[in-house]
Design a protein around this ligand. Structure first.
Ligand SMILES: NC(=O)c1ccc[n+]([C@@H]2O[C@H](COP(=O)([O-])OP(=O)(O)OC[C@H]3O[C@@H](n4cnc5c(N)ncnc54)[C@H](OP(=O)(O)O)[C@@H]3O)[C@@H](O)[C@H]2O)c1
Length: 276
């Protein structure tokens, strides 16, 4: 049987690298996508698979990534939008003019998914967004201020980007579920990875702590729900449009059930990217 093709972003480290290892062991062809050329190439060499590099803080690199994927892989069975980060206390903007948390965690994967849309539908693919419980705890999506230009806080920007990823999966399901595309999001748990370890990151005291392995789970545990969603057909344990934690439906806030918010976010995103 031909191996399934799994495109996995944020695969050069942490949860993504653990998922890439598990899926490769299970027989999938994982396309390892990372930002750091050296780390991404090293993991691909370890797994004997192919890799691509793109910095999601640069939308031209996301477009280049999509072109490379479309020209190389006639079938994409799974797209896992897993790359993500939290940024510092001071608001900055990317070269594309967007607040970095919004762009890297949400807008860039939205663009990648849109550029791959026809291939994903033709492949009857599953799209998996790595979200976070931070979406429910700290997210507050204001369609008139998606760039956090008023009252920026790194924690709120991160939570809002993760809430946007849940809404993205829900809206993908509403728009394209009937065409055969299955979209879903999940929270990996609090995971001891490189996440939030950079200077200025609001949660660095936890994620850099020498005790972090006592209070946080392993990257393999963080990858478990991603791997399960990637390997399990939709409607056989999970429902498209859903949000999962430890392989079970997660608790969601009212914003997640707000179809107008999800549709509005979609329209704003298309407008920002000049699509459609
Ligand atoms: N760790 C947690 O407790 C936790 C909890 C909830 C949700 N999450 C989410 O889980 C996902 C994976 O995080 P992790 O814990 O595995 O963190 P990690 O160890 O820091 O790995 C992050 C991955 O994302 C990639 N990445 C970061 N910035 C990028 C950019 N600008 N462009 C492209 N790729 C970029 C990194 O690439 P390079 O290494 O090549 O730079 C790396 O492969 C993220 O979406 C995160 O928000 C994590």
């Amino acid at each position: 049987m031909t191996a399934r093709t799994v495109v996995l972003t944020g695969a050069s480290d942490g949860i993504g690298a653990a998922a890439a290892r598990a899926l490769t062991r299970a027989g999938d062809q994982v396309v390892v996508v990372g930002r750091s050329p050296a780390k991404t190439a090293a993991l691909a060499a370890e797994l004997g698979t192919e890799h691509l590099v793109a910095d999601f803080a640069r939308l031209d690199e996301v477009r280049g990534l999509a072109s490379a994927l479309l020209s190389t892989y006639p079938q994409i069975d799974v797209l896992a939008n897993n790359a993500g980060a939290i940024f510092g206390a001071t608001r900055t903007v990317t070269a594309d003019g967007f607040e970095p948390t919004f762009q890297v965690n949400y807008l860039a994967p939205f663009l990648l998914t849109e550029l791959l849309h026809d291939r994903l539908v033709a492949s009857r693919a599953t799209v998996i967004n790595t979200s976070s419980v931070a979406g429910a705890r700290f997210g507050r999506l204001d369609l008139d201020d998606l760039q956090s230009s008023r009252g920026y806080s790194a924690t709120r920007a991160y939570g809002s980007s993760k809430l946007a990823q849940i809404l993205h999966a829900k809206e993908l399901d509403r728009r394209y579920g009937a065409d055969g595309l299955a979209a879903v999001s999940f929270h990996p748990g609090g995971i001891a990875s490189n996440f939030s370890t950079t200077d200025g990151s609001p949660w660095r005291f936890l994620y850099r702590s020498r005790l972090k392995n006592l209070v946080l789970n392993s990257t393999e545990q963080g990858a478990d729900t991603l791997v399960w969603l990637a390997q399990t057909p939709p409607h056989e344990g999970w429902e498209p449009g859903g949000y999962y934690v430890k392989r079970r439906p997660g608790r969601v806030v009212s914003a997640v059930e707000d179809a107008g918010l999800a549709a509005g976010l979609w329209e704003r995103s298309v407008g920002m990217l000049g699509l459609g």
